[in-house]
Design a protein around this ligand. Structure first.
Ligand SMILES: *Cc1c(COP(=O)(O)O)cnc(C)c1O
Length: 408
């Protein structure tokens, strides 16, 4: 048997990103393997929010829209996210939730392909992605078509207006070949919208190289923007002139402060805005994005792969009875591993009771996320060894671990 604890200690000592963990407020005793659901709290966030509230809002009052640069926050944060996803600064904006941005961009894409109504996606995509298509179906504006991943290319025909896929699957961690599918969609005359919620800040993404049309992504996962942080939207520069999104609110107007009756969209990515940006949340998001940008995607990806490879090898040796449903090749998966067990929910609760936090994804997956900015190899070993212990002792059978809370 490998001495995994010693191996984890050796890898932590050699980890060039180890110093970044201190930039987060994380209890030493907690092994946090759920940063892909809610990123950890950056140490600098509290002070930043205190300053936004007391000085910018409390003292500056309404003058802070200009003096503190509030009005520029969505574009400023978007420009900082851009290099993380292979986009240009003027192609990304922070706003709304992923769901709302999906609605805006699916609608916009449908309008750009008159005569085509099909939005193609895969069964088992993240629910909100499919639900937002449903909403447009209800309005008579779209038809939904679902094809299994291996059959997506065959399902692309001249009825398809838009291919909507999530780059890293939230359950299995499988990664789509963004370049190949984008090309296939374009060959069929369709546009492509990538959901980067589980990608941004953890895996390589190059929207420009892939020739992508649109993308959305999440602010509260690997970007550490805080619960319910604003999301982001990307529209390739070449589409920005014709792009028309349906939530034509005043913040997306070309000159909001002329207060005219007729809506005229801003010429650039600002047209994706609808209402007033949530400045407190935006300010927290900026702290998280600054941290991830400072570490850099290449270093994050390298460490993410090392963490998940370590965990996969240790699990295979120490807890071999749990099958891994994530791809074996680290380049073919996101920053996570998912394991199947009939009582995955109970296992997850028993782990949490031991301060090892992963999550459960219905119906039977234990999901472990490796946020490379702060996860230690020792945390990875903890989950494996505690899991062994919980299974051997039968501790997971305790009735309190079977009670389901509202959020799982
Ligand atoms: C987390 C996540 C979302 C979140 O959507 P919100 O509207 O911001 O809650 C959307 N899509 C995917 C694939 C996700 O993983």
């Amino acid at each position: 048997m490998t001495d995994w604890a010693a191996e984890a200690a050796r890898l932590d000592a050699a980890d060039s990103l180890a110093k970044w963990r201190n930039e987060f407020l994380l209890d030493e005793s907690v092994a946090y393997l759920d940063g892909n659901s809610l990123g950890a709290l950056p140490r600098a966030t509290s002070a930043r929010i205190e300053d936004v509230i007391r000085r910018e809002w409390g003292e500056g009052l309404v003058t802070s829209w200009n003096a503190a640069g509030w009005i520029d926050l969505p574009g400023r944060i978007g420009a900082k996210i851009a290099p993380l996803i292979g986009a240009r600064p003027e192609e990304v904006i922070a706003c709304d939730s992923v769901s709302v941005n999906l609605f805006k961009l699916i609608s916009a894409a449908l309008a750009m392909r008159p005569g085509r109504k099909v939005v193609l996606s895969e069964p088992g995509n993240f629910p909100t992605d499919l639900y937002m298509i449903d909403g447009l179906v209800q309005q008579g504006l779209a038809e939904q078509r679902l094809a299994d991943r291996a059959e997506i290319e065959d399902a692309l025909d001249d009825d398809v207006a838009l291919l909507l896929l999530t780059h890293v699957h939230y359950k299995t961690g499988e990664v789509f070949d963004m370049q190949r599918l984008t090309e296939a969609a374009h060959e069929a005359g369709a546009l492509v919208l990538w959901d980067l919620s589980h990608s941004t800040g953890a895996v390589h993404v190059d929207l420009e190289e892939a020739g992508a049309d649109f993308a959305v992504g999440c602010g509260y996962k690997y970007l550490n923007g805080g619960p319910g942080a604003p999301a982001f939207a990307y529209a390739a520069f070449r589409h920005q002139e014709v792009l028309q999104q349906p939530l034509s609110g005043w913040m997306g107007h070309k000159s909001p402060f002329t207060f005219v009756d007729h809506y005229e969209p801003a010429p650039g990515i600002e047209k994706m805005l609808a209402g007033t940006p949530p400045i407190v949340s935006m300010s927290a998001l900026e702290v998280g994005v600054d941290l991830i940008a400072a570490i850099g995607v290449d270093a994050l990806v390298t460490k993410s792969r090392a963490l998940s490879e370590f965990t996969r090898a240790a699990m295979a040796e120490v807890v071999p009875e749990l099958p891994c449903v994530s791809p074996e090749d680290p380049a073919a998966r996101g920053s996570q591993l998912s394991y199947r067990h009939d009582h995955a929910y109970e296992l997850c609760q028993a782990l949490i009771a031991r301060k090892v936090i992963g999550d459960f994804r219905a119906p039977d997956l234990l999901r472990l996320g490796f946020a490379p900015a702060y996860v230690r190899f020792a945390d990875c070993w903890r989950v494996v060894s505690e899991l062994r212990d919980i299974l051997d002792s039968g501790e997971w059978r305790r009735p309190e671990y079977a009670a389901r809370a509202a959020v799982t």
